[in-house]
Structure formats: structure tokens, C-alpha cells
Write a protein that binds this ligand. Structure first.
Ligand code: BTN
Length: 271
């Protein structure tokens, strides 16, 4: 058993390192058979062991973390990964780390399956209106060890019933690549594509091309013109999704035609 575990970790890591064509992302890779949470692991890595682009992957997570304090069901077969970013861009643009991660995931899904997934603000990737990937961004810019950790939970080769059984009624239903595509996907290749594309989009961010990121994100979303309910942590706002603002907020038109900007913490469901 121990040998099999070690084999998974080293085979995954070696194959991924061989495949990657990046300059900085994935130069340091940690792969585990099992972790409580790749996000916690990446957050806790000392500065010397977490250069920009460091990747942490687990075959399964025991205490996977989702947004807004939720848990994240993470059995074997999914892609559970956290990436350390040492930001060289303005703190005002942090919200766009989740935009670039979502774009990267959408590109990788298309490459692997030919399925065009759709993005839902702030950070979900959907197929047929169901969530296939969630993104969690932890930011620590206070200490000397300034870093952003981007966590990706991609339901790849698993059954959605494993996840849906745990969801509350108001959450978007989950789907998986296995169910949408009809086959299992090679997780190393999928990881390689995501990491390649994250580096590609990260270069937009570090060169200040935020408007380009927003435009690309919008092209990959079909939220606009739809009626939605947004819960921003304080109140439920009903209206039509109109646009994404230059600071990454969601712009809604309310029933009385007034415009409301929703910042990052909003959670959107369609009516
Ligand atoms: C969401 O709630 O939509 C975000 C889910 C993010 C889950 C990923 S899985 C890899 C990383 N490790 C965690 O514990 N969470 C993130």
C-alpha cells in the first residue's frame, strides 16, 4: 500500500514536470496521495519552499475547503490543486486571479473534451448550468511572505451524486467531466493544460491588461441579460446581470432601473 501511494505521488509529479512548458508555474511541485486540504498545505508552506508558481496537488482531500466557509467534497478522481502566486501586480487587481484561473480551467476543459464550459461570477465554471469547478482564493499580503493561493477543485473522474448529496438547496448543482464527457480524463494532462494556461493569463495580469482579462472572461460567460439573485453576505439582491466593472465587480440592474455593484463576496443564483 505504501509503495502504491509513493508510486502515485512520484509518477504524477514526474509526468507533470516533463509535460509542462511553462517558465515559472509548476517549477516546484508537491503531490500527495492524501491531504486534509491542498489550500491549507500551500498556505502554510514556508517562503523558502513556495516560490511563485508552486503547485500542491492531492489525489484526495479529507477536509477540502470551499468558499464562504463551506466544505468541498474531494474524493479520488478529482483534480484538487492549489497554486502559490507571488503577486507582481497591484493589490487592486487581486480579484482577477480568480478570473484567470477560471479562464485557464475553461480552456483546459475545452482542450480535453471539446466541451465549452461557461463562467459564473465570481469564480465558478459550469457545464450545462451545473458546477464542474470551484475556485478559492486566499490572500495574504500583510506579512513579509506576501502570497496569494489559488485553489482549484475540478470534478473530473467522479460521480456527481457524491457531491450533490451534501449540497444545500440554494447551491448550484454539481456535475463532473466524467458525466458530461462520458469518459475519464487523464488528470496529469488536464493539470498540465490548466497550469500552462494560468501562466499565459497571469502574464496579462502582471502587464496590467485587466480590460483584456475582463473581455475574455465575458466571452466565456452567458450571465449577461439574465435575471439573477445575488446574496452579498448582507442582503439578497434581485435583478438583471448587466456587466462586469473595471474593478471586477458584478453590475446589476435592479427592478427600479437603478444600478448596483456587487463586490467579490457575492453568490449568484439564476432565477
Ligand atoms: C468553491 O467553493 O467553489 C471553491 C472550492 C475550491 C476547492 C479547492 S480543491 C483544492 C483546494 N483545496 C481546498 O481545500 N480547496 C480548494
Amino acid at each position: 500500500m505504501v509503495e502504491l501511494t509513493e508510486a502515485f505521488e512520484s509518477i504524477f509529479k514526474t509526468k507533470l514536470a516533463e509535460l509542462l512548458r511553462t517558465n515559472r508555474f509548476g517549477k516546484s511541485i508537491y503531490v500527495f496521495n492524501e491531504l486534509d486540504s491542498t489550500q491549507d498545505y500551500a498556505n502554510a508552506l514556508p517562503i523558502t519552499q513556495s516560490v511563485h508558481g508552486t503547485i500542491v496537488i492531492a489525489r484526495k482531500q479529507n477536509v477540502g475547503k470551499g468558499r464562504i466557509g463551506r466544505s468541498w467534497v474531494s474524493p479520488e478522481g478529482g483534480l484538487w490543486m492549489s497554486i502559490v502566486i507571488r503577486p507582481d501586480f497591484s493589490a487592486d487587481n487581486i480579484i482577477f486571479t480568480q478570473f484567470i484561473a477560471a479562464l485557464a480551467v475553461a480552456d483546459a476543459i475545452q482542450q480535453a473534451t471539446n466541451i465549452r464550459s461557461r463562467l459564473k461570477w465570481p469564480n465558478d465554471v459550469l457545464i450545462n448550468e451545473k458546477k464542474v469547478c470551484g475556485i478559492l482564493v486566499d490572500v495574504n499580503l500583510e506579512s513579509k511572505d506576501k502570497k496569494i493561493v489559488v485553489g482549484l477543485g475540478l470534478n473530473a473522474n467522479i460521480e456527481s451524486s457524491l457531491i450533490n448529496n451534501y449540497l444545500t438547496a440554494d447551491t448550484t448543482k454539481a456535475t463532473t467531466l466524467r458525466e458530461e464527457y462520458g469518459n475519464d480524463i487523464d488528470l496529469v494532462n488536464l493539470t498540465k493544460s490548466i497550469v500552462d494556461r494560468i501562466e499565459y493569463y497571469y502574464n496579462f495580469l502582471s502587464s496590467g491588461k485587466v480590460l483584456e482579462i475582463i473581455e475574455l472572461w465575458k466571452q466565456n460567460s452567458d450571465m449577461f441579460g439574465r435575471r439573477a439573485i445575488v446574496y452579498d453576505g448582507i442582503e439578497k439582491i434581485m435583478g438583471e446581470v448587466v456587466d462586469i466593472d473595471q474593478d471586477g465587480s458584478l453590475i446589476m440592474k435592479l427592478g427600479d432601473d437603478s444600478i448596483k455593484k456587487i463586490t467579490y463576496y457575492g453568490n449568484v443564483t439564476f432565477r
